[in-house]
Design a protein around this ligand. Structure first.
Ligand code: SF4
Length: 398
């Protein structure tokens, strides 16, 4: 049965029609029971069993997973989450950890500000929960507003944490759910009203008897059936409610963002060795993006200078030292969310001046073998790997 074929309707009428069908929740929950991803570790009890309706799960484990999932796919997140839970099994252990150890565990997941915000939030949460009760789910916040007051937690992440941990009916609107609703309503209008209507649909639709499973069912449907490209509409439990399926091509909803060309900035990096064969690294300011991570010194090239001049100038400004720029080790591009950086890396020799952390929080001279002991952003990892290859070749020559 197709409900909406060839009729013009607006948001409100469509939402009413969807909601007036009593069985949409049941259809989704039945589909979830047979097809859902019932193996996600933070959605299970400690003994590996599925929680009963109304039973709480660990808010700590769910919070960490939800933040990891903000920019990263589930299958990538799982091994990171497992490692994290071994290293920091409780909120107290996280709050007492060094930020550097937290960043080490985050290496490879990207968007390091998430790790910084989790760390900051652990201090706020422990104040709220109390030191000896952090393993009791009932001492944790269970309201959307409380979670949204933490750094980096938006409404959808808060809704997902509360519904997953406490089985409470808090709606979500992540990318998967937005796509499903846009297709159900066949709308790609981009406006605050549109966003508000999707939130309204999520709030009105959520099951009050099984909210945890309902939200998970939406996420699983978006991940496995209502996929961004070529959705499997023939296997979809919501097919008969879906206007995009009935009247249009679901692939066209929601409208794809135009790919913006990212500006490219050239960056010169110096691998500065001293007479003992040690290498200079410095630690980014806590307040900077990727705060607390280590990096090789360098910076942005101005239009009028050569890359060698950039490296000399940046090392003077950043660490107060004079260097001799030597051979080029490598150049490569690295993409971030809104920009692309083009790195050129040179081996350099320290000439004079005691390093001072003028634009960083700390500096260290380390042996190249020790570099693996520090958290570095992904772009610097490429440099480390190339440097080790280079040093191997140099050693063989000797
Ligand atoms: S019918 Fe197709 S487009 Fe519509 S919700 Fe289901 S999978 Fe998505």
């Amino acid at each position: 049965m197709i409900l909406f074929k060839n009729i013009f309707v607006d948001f409100d009428i469509l939402i009413d029609m969807i909601l007036s069908s009593q069985n949409i929740q049941n259809l989704l929950l039945e589909w979830f029971s047979d097809n859902g991803r019932h193996w996600i570790p933070w959605k299970l009890k400690k003994d590996g069993s599925i929680p009963q309706p109304g039973e709480s799960l660990s808010p700590y484990e769910i919070w960490i997973a939800e933040v990891m999932l903000q920019q990263t796919q589930l299958m990538v997140v799982i091994p990171y989450w497992e490692k994290w839970m071994k290293a920091f099994p409780t909120l107290t252990s996280l709050k007492d950890a060094d930020l550097e150890n937290v960043l080490m565990l985050w290496q490879g997941l990207g968007y390091y500000s998430r790790a910084n915000r989790i760390y900051q939030s652990s201090k706020i949460l422990i104040e709220f929960i109390g030191k000896n009760t952090d393993q009791d789910p009932h001492s944790w916040p269970n309201k959307i507003d409380q979670w949204m007051s933490l750094p980096g937690i938006g409404r959808s992440t808060a809704g997902s944490i509360v519904s997953s941990a406490f089985d409470l009916p808090t709606p979500i609107l992540d990318g998967n759910v937005k796509r499903i609703f846009s297709r159900l309503l066949a709308t790609d209008r981009k406006s605050i009203r549109y966003e508000k209507k999707l939130w309204e649909l999520s709030s009105l639709l959520i099951s009050t008897t099984s909210p945890r499973n309902f939200n998970q069912a939406l996420m699983d449907l978006g991940a496995n059936i209502c996929t961004p490209n070529k959705p499997s509409c023939s296997s979809c439990p919501l097919q008969k409610f879906c206007v995009a399926y009935a009247d249009y091509d679901p692939n066209n909803f929601p409208q794809k963002e135009m790919t913006k060309i990212k500006p490219i900035q050239e960056i010169g990096i110096g691998l500065v060795f001293n007479e003992n064969g040690e290498l200079l690294i410095d630690q980014r300011l806590e307040s900077a993006s990727m705060g607390g991570m280590w990096e090789f010194p360098g910076g942005k090239k101005t239009p009028s200078e050569s890359i060698e001049n950039t490296i000399e100038r940046e090392l003077k400004e950043e660490l107060g030292i004079a260097i001799k720029v030597g051979e080029k080790l490598l150049s490569f591009e690295h993409s971030y969310t809104h920009k692309k950086l083009s790195f050129t890396v040179h081996i350099c020799e320290w000439i004079s001046g005691e390093p001072k952390p003028l634009a960083s929080q700390k500096f260290l001279w380390v042996s190249p073998d020790q570099l693996f002991e520090f958290p570095f952003p992904a772009a610097n990892k490429k440099i480390i790997s190339e440097l080790h290859k280079h040093l191997c070749i140099e050693n063989k020559k000797l």
